[in-house]
Design a protein around this ligand. Structure first.
Ligand SMILES: CCC[C@@H](CC(=O)O)C(=O)C(=O)O
Ligand SMILES: [Zn+2]
Length: 332
């Protein structure tokens, strides 16, 4: 992958044992953009004005000055990984026997001034921070004004053309250099708009499910891969070596379409300074069952089967044996 524009080089990318193609980069007026989006395939869209006001104005100082006096959601990690941990699922464990969870990150509320101070004073060995704040009434009026000047026609056109559901949120991400969001999928369509700095995005299609070994649905790491990309355990996860994916590096003004149920690993480039992103998460919209079913629909079916079995069996250790009894020698 070449550093098309000055701003980064491959020494800033973390090294993984992966076979990766390049995600197509197309200008937003290129009709081929729609060919990819229509097929739920990733595409990097360049030159759009989607978050132009932010691209022009949202420096760290501007954000510190204008993000508002409220608390913002910040994740803290003892290392560079910010693996999402759904706290709500911890409470559900009461009806799941003997399951213990240890969160790898903690979620704290922090004022933007405190966050920026920690960013400026950070030194190797300190815990890392990642601000992840939905753009809502907690942000200052100046930011709201910029937000209202985003190119909403651009996103409305995509939403309507592909029959997406409602916009659920725009999350503002302010990351330290080198932070990693490990491989996971979301049940939402995502227009991932880069504002400051560079992020490497590695994507895998929903049909790579069996190479990525997601945590069980009841686990707080639901939707996240169990495989540590930096030290993959090929004994526990043998199909990981067959994984095939694609990647790109997004820079200011780029918008990456991350299709619903597509796996993605995102890293702020090492030695690249802090990064700022705003994403646009949309519900998936109505699914008409056409055959053959699409891969992401099969993922959704598997999730529903897992949820039903856990609900009725109560003990996660009984799910495997029951499914083995049901399929071995009968379905496979
Ligand atoms: C918590 C979500 C983080 C984001 C990736 C990143 O920018 O680190 C992502 O995964 C998404 O936008 O779906
Ligand atoms: Zn995501």
């Amino acid at each position: 992958m070449c550093a098309e524009k000055i701003g980064w080089d491959s020494s800033q990318l973390r090294k993984y044992d992966l076979h990766l193609d390049e995600i197509p980069r197309l200008h937003y007026e290129d009709p081929k953009v729609d060919e990819f989006m229509q097929k739920n395939q990733p595409v990097l869209i360049t030159g759009s004005k989607l978050v132009k006001p932010a691209e022009e104005k949202w420096t760290l100082d501007y954000l510190e000055k204008n993000l508002g006096k409220s608390n913002h959601t910040v994740f803290v990690s003892r290392n560079h990984k910010f693996k999402y941990f759904d706290e709500k699922k911890i409470y559900n464990k009461n009806n799941l026997k003997g399951v213990e969870f240890t969160p790898p990150t903690k979620r704290v509320d922090m004022k933007i001034t405190d966050f920026m101070k920690k960013l400026r004073e950070w030194k190797r060995g300190d815990e890392r921070l990642y601000l992840q704040q939905p753009l809502n009434s907690t942000v200052g009026s100046t930011i709201v004004e910029d937000y209202l000047k985003f190119d909403w026609h651009f996103v409305a056109e995509k939403k309507n053309k592909y029959h997406w559901g409602e916009l659920t949120s725009n999350v503002l991400f302010i990351s330290m250099e080198g932070n990693v969001t490990p491989c996971h999928y979301d049940e939402q369509q995502n227009l991932f708009a880069q504002i400051l700095g560079y992020k490497r995005c590695i994507l895998f299609a929903p049909d790579q499910f069996e190479c990525l070994y997601p945590h069980p649905v009841y686990h707080p790491h639901d939707r996240q891969s169990m495989v540590d990309f930096e030290r993959p355990d090929y004994t526990k996860y043998p199909k990981f070596k067959n994984l095939k994916g694609c990647e790109t590096v997004v820079g200011p003004g780029d918008v990456l379409y991350i299709p619903i149920y597509w796996w993605h690993h995102v890293e702020s480039l090492m030695r690249g300074g802090p990064t700022v992103t705003v994403n646009f998460w949309y519900k998936g919209g109505p699914t008409n069952l056409e055959y053959p079913l699409q891969d992401h629909q099969k993922v959704s079916i598997m999730r529903n089967v897992e949820k039903m079995l856990l609900e009725v069996l109560q003990d996660p250790k009984e799910v495997g044996p029951l499914l083995r009894t049901m399929v071995l020698g009968r379905y496979c």
